[in-house]
Design a protein around this ligand. Structure first.
Ligand SMILES: [Zn+2]
Length: 250
């Protein structure tokens, strides 16, 4: 089997392990860049917990990016476009969230992407506070693994409209920060973990989950006691934390 696909199947199974509560049933999807202008992405209707090579489709990245550039697309055009994006026409139709994967595997400079719907994170993202509590930090490891600032998108109809919004928001984030995010919080929807390795995607996903679970406890105890910007920035830039970050992602 293709080596990248093999690793992607393993990552998908890991993300779907019961103990983490990141996805159930058909929730979530994963992708990996093949380095030749194509990428593997979950096909429509597969389940991460039991997915095998049949559950993935190989698609042309430029073709998908070309679809996003269009002004508007009907549901029928999206379905037809996704089918036409297949690099191997024998594969199943890719997930409607293929657009998001193409964006982060190109302009977002990720090599691996994991999209999940974690119970803990959705406890915030589906509440009145939304993603706001994640814009400050509460402990060093979430900065080391998940980065200085998550990218946030409000709820937008999944598929083509969400892809448009995601691309605009990514470009604004890059203008402001000078680099790409490691995670995206999609309000009323879920998490995107953006990695250079499959391990990176897994680490970001479980650390973001821990971050959210700790914060739920913080809210019960009267609210989070945020680290000062000065300390958060220090963690982000300490040489030993850079080293730790690189080791963890291998
Ligand atoms: Zn989703």
């Amino acid at each position: 089997m293709d080596k990248t696909l093999n690793k992607l199947i393993q990552l998908s199974h890991q993300l779907a392990e019961n103990q983490y509560q990141l996805v159930i049933l058909g929730e979530g999807n994963t992708s990996a860049d093949c380095g030749d202008g194509t990428f593997w992405v979950k096909a429509s209707g597969s389940q991460l917990a039991t997915i095998d090579e049949e559950g993935f489709s190989r698609v042309n990245k430029e073709f998908v990016l070309g679809l996003i550039k269009r002004g508007q697309m009907t549901d029928q055009e999206v379905a037809a476009g996704l089918k036409d994006s297949l690099a191997d026409k024998s594969h199943h139709k890719p997930s409607v969230e293929t657009f998001l994967h193409a964006i982060f595997l190109s302009e977002g400079s990720a090599k691996w992407v994991g999209h999940t719907h974690p119970v803990s994170i959705l406890s915030f993202l589906c509440s009145k506070v939304g993603a706001e509590p994640f814009l400050n930090h509460i402990f060093p490891d979430e900065i080391v693994v998940c980065g200085e600032l998550p990218m946030v998108v409000p709820y937008v109809d999944p598929g083509f409209p969400l892809a448009k919004k995601m691309l605009d928001t990514l470009r604004s984030y890059q203008d402001k920060m000078g680099y790409s995010p490691k995670m995206v919080l999609m309000e009323n929807h879920g998490l995107l973990a953006l990695g250079q390795t499959p391990r990176d995607v897994f680490n970001i996903s479980i650390m973001a989950d821990k971050w959210a679970r700790v914060m739920i406890g913080n809210y019960i105890m009267g609210g989070p006691n945020y680290l000062s910007k000065k300390y958060a920035n220090r963690i982000e830039n300490r040489p030993d934390e850079h080293f730790r970050r690189q080791k963890l992602a291998k």
